[in-house]
Design a protein around this ligand. Sequence first.
Ligand SMILES: *[C@@H]1O[C@H](CO)[C@@H](O)[C@H](O)[C@H]1NC(C)=O
Ligand SMILES: *[C@@H]1O[C@H](CO)[C@@H](O)[C@H](O)[C@H]1NC(C)=O
Ligand SMILES: *[C@@H]1O[C@H](CO)[C@@H](O)[C@H](O)[C@H]1NC(C)=O
Ligand SMILES: *[C@@H]1O[C@H](CO)[C@@H](O)[C@H](O)[C@H]1NC(C)=O
Ligand SMILES: *[C@@H]1O[C@H](CO)[C@@H](O)[C@H](O)[C@H]1NC(C)=O
Ligand SMILES: *[C@@H]1O[C@H](CO)[C@@H](O)[C@H](O)[C@H]1NC(C)=O
Length: 778
Amino acid sequence: MNLKWNLALALVAVLCLDRGYGSGLDLDGVSGPEMGLQLAAHLAPNTPAKIQEDAALAVISRVIGGRASQLFQVQVNKGMALRSFKINMLEDSRILLAGWDGVSVCKAFHHYLKYVLNKDVDWFKMRIELPTNIQLPNVTIGSTSASPIIYHQNVCTWSYSFAWWGFEQWRRHLDWMALMGISLTIAPVQEAIWAEVYTEMGLSPEEIENHLAGPAFQAWQRMGNIRGWAGPLKPEWRRLQVLLQQEILAAQRNLGMSVALPAFAGHVPRALKRLYPNSTFMEVQRWNHFPDRYCCGFFVEPTEPLFNQIAESFLSRVVSTYGSNHIFFCDPFNELEPPVAKPDYMRSTAAAIFESMRGIDTEAIWLLQGWMFVKNPFWTTDMAKAFLTAVPSGRILVLDLQSEQFPQYELTHSYFGQPFIWCMLHNFGGTLGMFGSAKLINSGIETARRMPKSSVVGTGITPEGIGQNYVMYSLALERGWSDSSLDLDSWFRNFSHTRYGVNDERLERAWVLLKNSVYSFHGLQKMRGQYVVTRRPSFTQDPFTWYNASEVLDAWHLLLSSRAIIPLEDDRYDIYEHDLIDITRQFLQISADQLYINLKSAYRKRQVLRFEYLSSKLMNLFDDMEQILASGRNFLLGSWLEQAKRAAPNAVDQSNFEFNARNQITAWGPEGQILDYACKQWSGLVRDYYMPRWSLFLEDVTVALHSQRPFNGTAFKQKVSQRIELPFSNKTDIYPLKPIGNTWLISNNIFETWKVYSKDSQFLHNNRLSIPRKLGPK
Ligand SMILES: *[C@@H]1O[C@H](CO)[C@@H](O)[C@H](O)[C@H]1NC(C)=O
Ligand SMILES: *[C@@H]1O[C@H](CO)[C@@H](O)[C@H](O)[C@H]1NC(C)=O
Ligand SMILES: *[C@@H]1O[C@H](CO)[C@@H](O)[C@H](O)[C@H]1NC(C)=O
Ligand SMILES: *[C@@H]1O[C@H](CO)[C@@H](O)[C@H](O)[C@H]1NC(C)=O
Ligand SMILES: *[C@@H]1O[C@H](CO)[C@@H](O)[C@H](O)[C@H]1NC(C)=O
Ligand SMILES: *[C@@H]1O[C@H](CO)[C@@H](O)[C@H](O)[C@H]1NC(C)=O
């Protein structure tokens, strides 16, 4: 879409903004489910029913096309129970979708689509083709969400997944959010507003540009972790981002979604010291070894008069720019240690932050990411209690950020009565391994609801990046709506029906195998996408799997053997190919882990021939991985880079945008500070980054083996960093935007090549990959 259009739409968006100054809220003495209902009602924008109906029908039209209003009638009815829907057939044979708000109507549509018409959407496929002569079945269904609030997004998702999106991509994602019943989210774009605040205070444009991080690193600058890295963030981009945010907000509120706005947590540019020499600034501790230039911003104590002055200036602008649903988010201590370890300090800090919100909106609720409490010895029960209870009852809403693995609600006595949302985080850095904890999702939500004196008011998903493991998000969101546990085998079988548009026993079995293997994780290891293929080579890695790899192989085989029955209509074959690529990539990744274990052992035993044999296998594996990824549009480095360049407001900024895009997924910092945290198995990246790295390593080790010297890991680290890792961010090679090759044929060839490795019992039990005997000198 061109710029003029963007501006025109944004203007419309501003005019439609809903101020939503709803009724008062008194949550003292209210508990559990009742608190959830009151909070949800308090936060809901008061968008007129007609606007919500139009917005919901527009969502449906985008999914099934122009016939939407011939097939469906929508109705928003505030007389119904909060977040409930009803489906039935009208006299004229249209299906009536009635719901408490626009989101509930969309959820009703999705329910009908999935459970009556046997079709489903996902992030990559939002358009559904219904048969032209379709007779809609007559059903009567009623449902109420067991979660008054359903939440989506993590502050990091905006950088790992949404960084380059324009409104077209947002539109699809917002439609998806509505179909899933998501009712609360965040709107973190704030840089243009900060520039105004700081300019008014007296900072120069250079001082502001030195502070703001580049377009792929906004999330961490907003949280105070870094400053200025990969900047500058030009005024034009800042303005466009605010316009985009306004457009997104208008679309969300038109559907009845509530959106939390950014508040002031205390992080400011270091240059502010020049203007306020007499105020106390704390220096924020260094984050992930970032050098001085890019770290250690200042923090204004929330109890300082200057804090309130900044908060008021910022928040009043936020509200006038975006409207408000009475909910604001800020995280003073995300991955940052508080400067003072005293409950009194925590109490006064939390109270001051909350007061700054209440100063702008007397009905304000504070949305807090509970990440700071996770595995952090600093946050003792006393500290957490002082912090949380400093805010009036019900006025701080905590996202229990990674409930599926590290739930904090039990440790904090259900946040000392403050409401919280059970969230599945699942993903870090947008990495692409197949994994998930289906059982834990199913049972964890129940546990939180049943806990005595539970203050859970909703469920949510908080992935750092999307675009992977769709099945897990679909499951968590459906489970969040449901008031009872799901039969997982049946759910996964149904998933295979709606995903491919056909009921087939092989496809069912494939997904049940995946459920029992990759989606059965229940350990405490941190799953951060650190697989052998995507990590810097060394002999210090310790790959592990929690499942039987041959189940993945079997699932792959079943998928391959189902080719002929996948319907060609409705683009189901695209989804099928996507899954084939993903599972091929997954099996190659597991095989690389096994090869690596054997390479390590060959090196230790100084078995030169065996080492060389395994090295060549690993190089073959990288070639295969590159080839299968190149065959799918969702696995291309080219798309990510092209999106970044297109997002640049002008030609001059394109190279910095490309630098941002490249650096985030590789070095993540000036010297590889968070190297490969956001790694991606994408075509292009495998060929020009992961593979050369391993090739260099294997060569160096081979030379060391031949010359009977030890391999020097320190020297290798320097070499690989200087030759491959850091230069990658500055390169400008162009990568394909279109897939190449026939996915099924490539996948099938790779299957034939690699299946033998898992047939060996050593592969399964001894963490050893066998090789032909004659090649393994003992
Ligand atoms: C739909 O089914 C209900 C319940 O069986 C029935 O009462 C109603 O008449 C049906 N409506 C239409 C339009 O067929
Ligand atoms: C800071 O304090 C000093 C000494 O009290 C005073 O002279 C100066 O004017 C103050 N500066 C500002 C900017 O308030
Ligand atoms: C799977 O689909 C069948 C048929 O629509 C339904 O009866 C069953 O409840 C579904 N299972 C789950 C767990 O949703
Ligand atoms: C792994 O799964 C396969 C079938 O998928 C089975 O034959 C084998 O016994 C399993 N191995 C283990 C260790 O469970
Ligand atoms: C390994 O390489 C580093 C850096 O080049 C060097 O300083 C060190 O002396 C080497 N160690 C050995 C044992 O050769
Ligand atoms: C990448 O380019 C920047 C300037 O654009 C430069 O400062 C940096 O040293 C370059 N990095 C490498 C590894 O070449």
